[in-house]
Write a new protein. Structure first.
Lengths: 161, 146
């Protein structure tokens, strides 16, 4: 009888000790986040046609604010520059104005040339879309009649301030 | 009286058996998780790794808790999902922290050498910035599930 009591007690103690014991295993996870700076545009703006003027003034400029851009960067001190694929015809000016992402600064309305110009400065870490792009096309009377033509506008994220 | 040493021997054997009867192991370490790209306008793309497994044997109803040895960098999240053995319940993706959290619950008595997948997901916000390669030790702990 005493033997049974001892056995039961020991068994119970052993089982309960295992019931609360913890077994563990470990894994080492290696990770990193690379430098990422990407942007995209929503599409092409509609054709911009100068069709009229106020008598006594240069032809009336036209604007298009139908497109936008999206940007993601996990870097700091970046900026956005813009250029066009070929110079504009004489007397014709194409300008661009980018709405700045949060925390950045728009350079305002910038005349596009084949040389990259700053359009947004002080871009920090951000993930934002729907930032408006506004184009303005203007012409002098001396520009004359210009047939439909295109320019490719390139927006680039580069090291800034 | 001669029966007492034999009984103790028997119980010792039982103890030794039980010491190996409740076991948790992993197949190894996952490959490096590197966040490298993003869709413009969105936070960087998450990356995942499902190359490793864990194997569990339990003699009591049990659960598995997970934790890491130090907090993740700000804006970076490491999550783990443990697929559940038959009859158990996975808690889905767990964002790992230094506080142990249940990843699988209700592992039934009698589960023997059940091998299931371990899936890691690394995600980062843009504000997290660039993070140099670093490591965290993930601990899976088998505990009684009352």
């Amino acid at each position: 009888m005493r033997l049974s009591v001892i056995a039961a007690g020991l068994t119970s103690a052993l089982l309960s000790s295992h019931a609360v014991s913890a077994q563990s295993a470990t894994q080492v996870v290696t990770f990193s986040v690379s430098a990422i700076s990407v942007m995209s545009v929503s599409g092409n703006p509609a054709a911009m046609n100068i069709t009229t003027a106020t008598p006594g003034s240069a032809p009336t400029p036209v604007t298009d604010a139908s497109t936008s851009y999206a940007i993601t960067t996990n870097e700091t001190s970046k900026k956005i520059v813009a250029d066009i694929s070929a110079n504009m015809p004489s007397g014709l000016t194409l300008q661009i104005n980018l709405q700045a992402p949060t925390g950045a600064t728009s350079a305002g309305t910038v005349t596009l040339t084949t040389t990259a110009a700053d359009v947004v400065n002080n871009v920090g870490t951000v993930a934002q879309s729907g930032r408006t792009i506004t184009y303005t096309l203007s012409a002098t009377t001396a520009a004359g009649v210009v047939a439909s033509s295109t320019r490719t506008v390139t927006l680039t994220i580069v090291a800034g301030p | 009286m001669r029966r007492v040493p034999m009984l103790l021997l028997l119980l010792s054997a039982l103890h030794a058996t039980h010491a190996h009867a409740q076991v948790l192991s992993v197949s190894g370490n996952p490959g490096a998780l590197n966040v490298v790209g993003a869709t413009p306008g969105s936070n960087p793309n998450s990356v995942s790794n499902a190359s490793t497994t864990y194997t569990v044997t339990v003699i009591f109803r049990a659960k598995i808790a997970v934790s890491i040895n130090s907090a993740m960098p700000s804006g970076v999240t490491l999550s783990v999902t443990l697929a559940a053995p038959p009859g158990a319940v996975s808690q889905g993706a767990i964002a790992l922290s230094t506080t142990a959290q249940d990843a699988v619950k209700a592992i039934p008595l009698g589960t023997v050498l059940s091998t299931r997948g371990v899936t890691y997901v690394l995600s980062a916000t843009a504000a997290a910035g660039v993070v140099a390669s670093t490591t965290r030790t993930v601990t899976l702990t088998l505990l009684p599930d009352p």
